[in-house]
Structure formats: C-alpha cells, structure tokens
Design a protein around this ligand. Structure first.
Ligand code: PMV
Length: 330
C-alpha cells in the first residue's frame, strides 16, 4: 500500500482528426492524443473525496450528497456544482466500487489541463488520470484494455453512448485509428503535422450532439448513412496522408470533413469564423473536432512557422489557442 501522496498520474486529451460522430455509428475515426489532458494523485484520507481544479469542485462520497465548490455557494462554473458534480460523484463511486472493501479511504486531487466540454476528451482524460491514481495508491495494476473499460464506464455517466475513442486515446496516447468494438490500431507518424487547436466557446454536451445526429439518422437514414460513408472515405485517405506526411492533402480532407459535419448541423457560426480565420492566416485546412455545436476547431499548416502565424491569428478569438506538440504540459 502506498502511503501519502503518489506521483501525479495522467490521462491524455485528444483531438479527432477525422471521423467524429460517424464513429458512434460504426465508422472508423482517426485520433491524435494531446500531451496535455488531466492529472491526478491520490492519498490515504478519512473519507473518499475528489477535488477537481480549475473548477475547485469538491465531491465527497460520504456525508454531503450535494457536490459543492470550495465556497459551497453553488457558484462554480462547469463542471457545475449540481448536474456535473453529481455525475462526477456517480463516476467516482463507480470507479471505487470495484476496489477491495477493506481498502483505506482516498482523497484525490485532480486537475484538467484542457477545457471541459470542448471536444478535447477532457472527461476521458480525467477518468484515466483518476483511476491510475487510485490504482497506484492501492498498489494495484491493470492492463490497458481494463483501463479503457473502466474509463468507458466513467464516460457513460457523462455521455450516455460514447464510442470509446476518448477512453482509448486517453489511455494509450499516440495517433490511432479507432473503430468501436475493435482494438486501437496505432498509426505510425514519422513527421508530425503542425496542428493548431482553438476553442470556439462553450458547447452543448457531447451527448446532446450525439443524440441530435442519432435523430437525423432515424429521420433520414439514406442521406445520413451516405454522409457517414463519405466521412469513412475521408478517414481512410486521411490516414494515408498522415503516414506520408502530405499535409496539403490532410488540409483538403479536413475542410471536406468540416463540410460534411456542417450538413449534420454540428458546426456553429463561431466555429466557421475560426476555420475561416485559420485559412486566411495560411492554414491548409480546418475543421471542428469532437462533439461540435461549439467546442474546439483544429487547423493544419505546412510547417511550424505557419502554425505559429495561424495560432497568433486565432489567439485574437481564443487567447489559449495552442500548437499541438509545442510547449504542451501534461
Ligand atoms: O466531444 P468529445 O471530446 O467527447 O468527442 C466526442 C466524439 C464523438 O464522436 C462526437 C462522440 C464519441 O463518443 O465518439
């Protein structure tokens, strides 16, 4: 049994290069883990509790049923003190339910390093960091497939019907092709693409966006299935472009994928403004990433200097816009 504070454990955030939403319905998606995501450490305490920064959200499994922020006045931003806090509490309870009955109580300090609800896989990253911290504090080890399964259970508290891509990427890192129910296929990338990520503003829950696409599929199966087929072709071509280091092709495919996501009503005015600004500043292509309806966009450039110029332009809209791989923290 490890006493005191353990080292921080991390889970990766991710961006989806191609294939979001279609992946929920059985198509592949191409995803890239971010060096940043979430970190957590666990130590022996008198009760099971979790403190999540930067929201200062406190979740306790004994005593108070109502998760609170530090002030206890319900003023925390998302994940808020009520709905998000309650989901966090349920997810934590589930993660701890599979630990031995005679284990010590644990205090978990966790921190998100990517914005929540932005399409960067924050909740999956958090789940992996927290579960790794719990395992380390209890001197337990688990296989990667077991970690993905545990993360997926956590994710279900937040997303309803997640494809599993976030949990797989949060656990494994790297670049990978993901198809629901299949093991992650790592994609060798010799020359990493210069990518920029910018946040367009708060998004509705991923579940709301996934539900919206499911409703469209129910109403007009032929058209939506056709869109998914188009996205699948983009995913496969995107993989080849990535392996070849053909960033021009990668950019074209991103813009094409964005057009198809737009027909699924997943883009917003602000996402379009960001994509346009990135293109005007010299990007080769741009698209939303993740659930859409807000959240983040990504753009790809020819080289790192161009990426820096695009980042500078996008920072006029999002001061935290960043180049993937440059100056990243856990
Ligand atoms: O918004 P995020 O980071 O949870 O990404 C969601 C990706 C979707 O394909 C829209 C949903 C999923 O579960 O794969």
């Amino acid at each position: 049994m490890a006493e005191g504070c353990t080292e921080p454990h991390i889970g990766h955030g991710k961006i989806i290069l191609f294939g979001e939403h279609a992946v929920v319905h059985g198509c592949p998606a191409l995803a890239m883990a971010l060096p940043r995501g979430a970190s957590a450490r666990a130590s022996v305490a008198t009760e099971d509790r979790l403190h999540l920064m930067p929201f200062d959200t406190h979740v306790r499994l004994s005593g108070d049923a109502q998760p609170k922020n530090a002030a206890g006045d319900g003023s925390a931003e998302q994940p808020g003190p009520s709905e998000h806090g309650a989901k966090l509490r349920a997810a934590l309870a589930d993660a701890l339910a599979e630990t031995p009955r005679d284990r010590p109580k644990l205090a978990i300090e966790a921190e998100l390093h990517v914005p929540a609800g932005a399409g960067l896989g924050a909740s999956a990253a958090l789940s992996v960091a927290v579960i790794r911290a719990i395992d380390a504090a209890l001197g337990r080890a688990r296989s990667d497939p077991d970690m993905v399964a545990a993360s997926l259970r956590w994710e279900r508290a937040f997303h309803g019907n997640p494809s599993g891509v976030d949990s797989a990427m949060a656990t494994h890192g790297g670049v990978a092709l993901y198809r629901k129910g299949e093991p992650l296929a790592q994609v060798p990338v010799v020359t990493p693409p210069p990518l920029i990520v910018a946040y367009s503003g708060h998004a509705p829950s991923t579940k709301a966006m996934v539900d919206s696409v499911a409703r469209q599929l129910e109403r007009d199966p032929e058209r939506i299935r056709g869109t998914f087929e188009g996205i699948e072709a983009i995913v496969n071509n995107g993989r080849t472009a990535l392996e070849l280091g053909d960033f021009r092709r990668l950019g074209q495919l991103m813009t094409l994928n964005q057009q198809l996501l737009n027909t699924l009503l997943l883009s917003t005015t602000q996402l379009e403004v960001l994509c346009r600004a990135a293109m005007d500043a010299g990007a080769l292509g741009a698209k939303l990433t993740g659930g859409g309806g807000g959240g983040c966009m990504i753009a790809v450039c020819e080289d790192w200097d161009a990426a820096e110029r695009v980042r500078a332009r996008l920072s006029e809209f999002d001061p935290d816009a960043f180049v993937v791989g440059a100056g990243a923290t856990p």
